[in-house]
Write a protein that binds this ligand. Structure first.
Ligand code: HEM
Ligand code: HEM
Length: 145
């Protein structure tokens, strides 16, 4: 497999993580409103758009990472911690996306669902941040000359 293909996954994941951080930045005024009663404006549609792209890219990037390793290194798990921590992001992405779509489809005051959505997405972002560190080690060990 050409070496260049190994770079697709790290680049997609870095872009997706930056998009997720931006989605969180956009959502912050909503947190202040929902939980601290402040009067703020929330760029609802923009948050949904950036959040959706972040999730779709994270999901696609993870599948590509697994596929590249499985095809060229004869099975999954060669990257150790990076592989295992990577598995944890999938349920967070699914949970964050489903709760987001539910709230976007039917807009109404809610108490618990925004909180569940926010916590699950924060967890996904934290996992992604850890993966930047463990992924850099994989890059240094396997991709760089
Ligand atoms: C990584 C990506 C995302 C992050 C970090 C994120 C984070 C957040 C946070 C922190 C809140 C405020 C929750 C609260 O006040 O308790 C929020 C609200 C919201 N998010 Fe996201 N989100 C993401 C993706 C999405 C996606 C993909 C959708 C839709 C498909 C979405 C739809 C919404 C909606 C509609 C609200 C407002 C809920 C309400 O206050 O009624 N988010 N998000
Ligand atoms: C959301 C963040 C990320 C997730 C969930 C994730 C997940 C994964 C998974 C599951 C694999 C397959 C590992 C195996 O089967 O042993 C993989 C491979 C790999 N990951 Fe990540 N990763 C993320 C971010 C990153 C980042 C930021 C980098 C680099 C800075 C990186 C570098 C790599 C490399 C070099 C591979 C080997 C395969 C390839 O290059 O396509 N990953 N990743």
């Amino acid at each position: 497999m050409p070496k260049l293909l190994f770079w697709i996954h790290p680049i997609i994941q870095l872009v997706a993580t930056a998009m997720a951080a931006y989605a969180l930045w956009l959502a912050w005024p909503r947190v202040l409103r929902n939980h601290w009663g402040q009067r703020t404006t929330f760029a609802w549609n923009e948050h949904v758009r950036w959040g959706k792209w972040a999730h779709i890219l994270w999901m696609a990037g993870t599948v590509i990472g697994v596929a590249v390793v499985a095809r060229s290194w004869g099975g999954s798990g060669a990257t150790g911690n990076h592989y295992w921590i990577g598995q944890l992001i999938m349920p967070c992405i699914a949970g964050g996306y489903i709760t987001g779509v539910m709230m976007d489809r039917e807009k109404k005051p809610r108490r618990y669902l925004p909180l569940v959505h926010g916590v699950v997405n924060l967890l996904a972002l934290a996992i992604a941040a850890v993966q930047v560190v463990t992924g850099s080690q994989v890059v240094r060990e396997f991709l760089l000359p």
